[in-house]
Design a protein around this ligand. Structure first.
Ligand SMILES: NC(=O)c1ccc[n+]([C@@H]2O[C@H](COP(=O)([O-])OP(=O)(O)OC[C@H]3O[C@@H](n4cnc5c(N)ncnc54)[C@H](O)[C@@H]3O)[C@@H](O)[C@H]2O)c1
Length: 363
């Protein structure tokens, strides 16, 4: 990656500025970036009265990638409790995802060997797990017609629809991601084709797209079996591709395999060549904001995803991920992942960031 990349930084609220600030230092150690900082969420409501301005949308669209911290906090929740029409910080997130046309959400689950004991699963089950959930974000039941009918004492309905182009593009995103992750790529398409017509179209379409990817092994699994497999043999899974509702549930189930919320990155991507959005899975952690103890590693790992999936620099991504692993291996732990075990040292945001930078300087 030679030329300087333009990154829009949306630090957001709570610990957002702390974890994003730490991550910028790490990015600067592996490449050349120009940052433009903008407000989103509660910080934007305070300044502009809305969670996302048109100016920020334009800046994001003009960038190479967007790095986001987190939004929200009790101050704005209280305002909404008093006046339900008051602006909400999450409107900023939903707004930017929509404006950028982000249709694929990528969530890797790869417990660091040093944190394997934090998993709720037995060590022998979780060992070797390195999977990616690719979830369709803009279609399906969450966006279909919904409503109520005044019959039989009241009926509610939510319509689920998927078009072939919607299925094709998410399938391609999954196959491309699988290729970027390994030399032996495998994709597991998850549906409910024994019951749902949308799932039958999903399966047919995935099979057709797969013809363009003969190097990628394709399997299909019903969503109920996939939910079981995630907790019984997660290490056998490489890339899962699935629709919006199933992906919502399976990605949270998969996230819990690590047991460490402060460690989970995510990426949301749109059309080829358009900027993606990269953010940690956790929220703005208002309970610890400003104390210098926030865990910045999920945001650093999100920056690694930005490099791999957004800026085409898998090598720099690998460097960040290895540096994070090395720091954990040395026992450095922010309070959220500190368990007091032998060899563990409790540290703050600054110290853990300095340790990651030191690893990068060595390698
Ligand atoms: N994508 C987002 O921006 C996003 C996601 C979830 C929640 N939220 C918002 O964040 C606010 C707080 O929500 P919540 O408390 O339910 O979830 P949260 O993820 O912010 O916090 C849950 C718990 O995990 C801890 N935690 C989270 N991230 C951490 C980190 N990096 N380092 C150390 N500890 C960490 C927090 O201190 C807290 O105890 C709410 O306003 C919520 O709406 C935003």
């Amino acid at each position: 990656m030679s030329e300087t990349k333009q990154i829009v930084v949306l630090a957001g609220d709570g610990i957002g500025p702390e974890i994003v600030g730490a991550t910028r230092q790490v990015l600067d150690a592996v490449g050349s970036f120009e940052y433009t900082e903008h407000l989103i969420g509660g910080a934007s409501i305070d300044e502009h009265g809305v969670a996302l301005t048109d100016e920020v949308i334009v800046a994001c669209k003009d960038s190479d990638a967007v790095l986001l911290g987190a939004v929200g906090g009790p101050k704005w929740d209280e305002a909404v409790a008093k006046d339900p029409t008051a602006p909400r910080p999450e409107q900023g997130l939903l707004g930017i995802r929509k404006a950028l046309g982000l249709y694929a959400n990528l969530r890797p689950v790869k417990p660091s060997p040093a944190l394997i004991d934090a998993s709720p699963l037995k060590k022998e089950l979780i060992d070797g797990t390195d999977l990616l959930v690719v979830r369709e974000l803009t279609g399906g039941i969450y966006f279909g017609a919904s409503g109520r009918r005044d019959d039989n004492g009241g009926t509610a309905y939510d319509e689920c629809a998927y078009s072939v182009p919607e299925i094709e593009r998410i399938t391609r995103a999954a196959f491309e991601a699988a290729r970027q992750r390994s030399d032996n790529p495998r994709v597991l398409s998850v549906d409910k084709a024994n019951v749902l017509e949308t799932s039958r179209l999903w399966r047919e379409t995935v099979k057709k797209v797969a013809e363009d990817y003969p190097d990628v092994q394709l399997d299909h699994l019903l969503v109920d079996f996939a939910a079981m497999k995630l907790v019984s043999s997660p290490a056998e899974i490489d890339v899962i591709v699935t629709e919006n509702l199933f992906g919502d549930i399976l990605s949270d189930e998969a996230a819990m395999l690590t047991g460490s919320l402060g460690m989970l990155p995510s990426a949301s991507i749109g059309a080829e060549g358009d900027p993606g959005l990269f953010e940690p899975v956790h929220g703005s952690a208002p309970d610890i904001a400003g104390q210098g103890v926030a865990n910045p590693l999920a945001t650093m790992l999100s920056a690694a995803m930005m490099l791999r999936y957004g800026l085409g620099d898998g090598e720099a991504a690998d460097r960040i991920e290895s540096a994070v692993d090395a720091v954990l291996e040395k026992g450095l732990r922010t309070p959220d992942i500190y368990e007091g075990g032998e060899g563990e040292t409790r540290v703050g945001t600054e110290e853990v960031t300095a340790a990651v930078l030191a690893e990068l300087a060595q390698g």
